[in-house]
Design a protein around this ligand. Structure first.
Ligand SMILES: Cc1cc2nc3c(=O)[nH]c(=O)nc-3n(C[C@H](O)[C@H](O)[C@H](O)COP(=O)(O)OP(=O)(O)OC[C@H]3O[C@@H](n4cnc5c(N)ncnc54)[C@H](O)[C@@H]3O)c2cc1C
Ligand code: FES
Length: 265
């Protein structure tokens, strides 16, 4: 298990990245050294106690000195986070959680909405660590990005720049294929040799549940990053428990990445 660090680290940038989306880069070499894709940081959004609780965010990019988070403004904490300025220090706790364990020949990343956040770090890791040859005929890295509508599709260009095969779908048909991302996945699986594929996913619970059904039907492995409101983030309060076939487990400690077949939906 990686070392958990708590400290104040400098904000390198905090910029708008779409309608309600921001990217924040934080200079924290020691956190980055201990981190892997799928893990997260628990951030104190602002100096002081209001809000008291930290907020969890996945690593979106891991560079040698910096990490980046991609976040959507949804409530008090994330609203306050948008006000943080370059040069200020932010209280970081992390890396936390288990992260993705990459295996399989074909890799299929399935991102629903903000689910692109951890999956981009995973795609970069796979491509740059040469565990995977992007243009190999034998192995492929597919990225499926789904959202309600066009302006909620994030990081498409970034994924394409990595050389991955990107498929986009929107529920209203404003970009890519019309419909649910899980339908795009079923179409993809019917056109490729999926037997040695592994799915890594992040997105809404209903999407992950459907992925669990699809993976059972096609007999392939599927791992998903789960979300729950978190208090401590380090396994102490049990506030983030999810029911699995082994009993209750903590998303912040045993997760956030779970084999989807283990979850009691
Ligand atoms: C492992 C993990 C990774 C995540 N990664 C990302 C990511 O990369 N990008 C992203 O955009 N989102 C991510 N999220 C979701 C993100 O953490 C939430 O969107 C964020 O916490 C919202 O905070 P908020 O204060 O803006 O929203 P709010 O809805 O105001 O607050 C979020 C939660 O904080 C708690 N809370 C708020 N106010 C109070 C109160 N007064 N008393 C007690 N509890 C309170 C509640 O549990 C509440 O539901 C992730 C979540 C998890 C679990
Ligand atoms: S948030 Fe406290 S145990 Fe997970």
């Amino acid at each position: 298990m990686s070392k958990i660090i708590q400290g104040k680290f400098k904000i390198v940038s905090n910029k708008k990245a779409g309608c309600d989306y921001y990217k924040m880069t934080i200079s924290a070499r020691e956190v980055v050294k201990a981190a892997s894709p799928g893990q997260f940081v628990h951030l104190r959004c602002i100096e002081g106690n209001q809000p008291l609780l930290r907020r969890p965010f996945s690593f979106h990019r891991l560079n040698s000195d910096n990490f980046e988070i991609l976040y959507e403004v949804v409530g008090q904490g994330t609203r306050l986070l948008t006000k943080r300025k370059k040069g200020e220090k932010i209280d970081v706790l992390g890396p936390l959680g288990n992260g993705f364990d990459v295996k399989g020949a074909n890799i299929i990343l399935v991102a629903g909405g903000m689910g692109v956040a951890p999956l981009f770090a995973l795609a970069e890791h796979i491509v740059h660590s040469s565990q995977f040859i992007v243009h190999s005929k034998k192995k492929k890295l597919y990225v499926l990005i789904g959202a309600r509508k066009k302006n909620h599709i994030l990081c498409e260009r970034d994924f394409r720049r990595l050389g991955t095969e990107v498929l986009v779908s929107t529920e209203d048909g404003s970009k890519g294929r019309r419909g649910l991302i899980t339908d795009s996945l079923k179409s993809l699986l019917s056109t490729i040799d999926y037997r040695l594929s592994t799915i890594y996913a992040c997105g809404p619970k209903e999407m992950l549940k459907e992925l669990s059904n699809i993976s059972a039907r096609f007999n392939i492995s599927a791992y998903g990053s789960l979300e729950e409101n978190m208090a401590c983030g380090v396994g102490a309060c049990l506030g983030c428990a999810v029911e699995t076939k082994r009993g209750y487990e903590r998303i912040c400690k045993e997760g956030p990445v779970f084999n989807l077949k283990d979850i009691k939906w």
